[in-house]
Design a protein around this ligand. Sequence first.
Ligand SMILES: [Zn+2]
Length: 348
Amino acid sequence: MMVLADTLEKLSNACGIAGREEEVRSLMRNFLKPYVDEVKEDKLGNVIGIKKGKKNAPKVMLAAHMDEIGLLVKTISKEGFIQFAKIGGIDDRILLAQKVIVYTEKGPLHGIIGSKPPHIQKEEERKRVLTYDELFIDIGAENQEQAKKMGVKIGDPVGFDIKFAKVGKNIVIGKAFDDRVGCAVMVEAMKRLEKTECTVYAVGTVQEEVGLRGATTAAFGIYPDVGIALDVTIAGDVPGVREVEAPIKLGKGPSIEIADMGLIAHPKVVRLLVDAAEENKIPYQLETGLPGSTDAARISLTREGVPSGVISIPTRYIHSPSSLLSLEDAEKTVKLTVAAVQKIPKYF
Ligand SMILES: [Zn+2]
């Protein structure tokens, strides 16, 4: 589990706003390399680690997305403040007063998301949430010219300034666990797979957060017989959440998804995952009715169709600057992934 934590730490601290996944991509290439026969990259930037199996055995595609939600520099004001666009589903309420990093060609710059000070806001203004276009990033530049000299350009990616931390025995806090934990689990699963009958394609996908785009092209190229997305799901075991709204709990093992907005998991894949969990005494949770979707939704619609499913790691505070998860759950997800891949030839 130490190795898994270490891999997750490196991936979590890296920046990979959707469409700007370079840093995560190079980490993934290096992480996958020792455990696969070949590492490829497709034209959109997906990283594909291939572990060859027996001839005529099924092809399986594992997918974990490398990108994260974030911001892009939209305009630089005369006074040197940066206004921004949002990339992916970001709630305006979580933006104010966040520390961020602007990734410029000349290197990273620290900044704070600011607003008009509350003291001088009108009564009405104080009552409502300030929307992102009323906020700005302050990098301490005196004016536009200085901001440009510091390296800031329109379109530069901006990420949250959060460092990975261990908080409890097996609990960690960090940035972009959605879906760096899926990436870390995939790497670890490839390491432990050793021999397989199936040919396994371990894919770090791009641009998931803006519409499952990378998975679409990767799956088209691979055209697997089975698709499994490794992603996070909402752990709803916090105050104010009713069980019916989010029944998945932290520390109770991976979640096997039945259905979400974009996918009804193929019954044979659900059977495979449940059997693999039960035979190996891996605790698991079942989940349905999820808002949103994962890469598996796109994989399943490839060409003539691909039976697909999702294994998710319960995670609190998804789509906010920091989230929290249990390394035990991540470890059990690795075990379940390995066990499922080994069983695939019996089911497909
Ligand atoms: Zn995700």
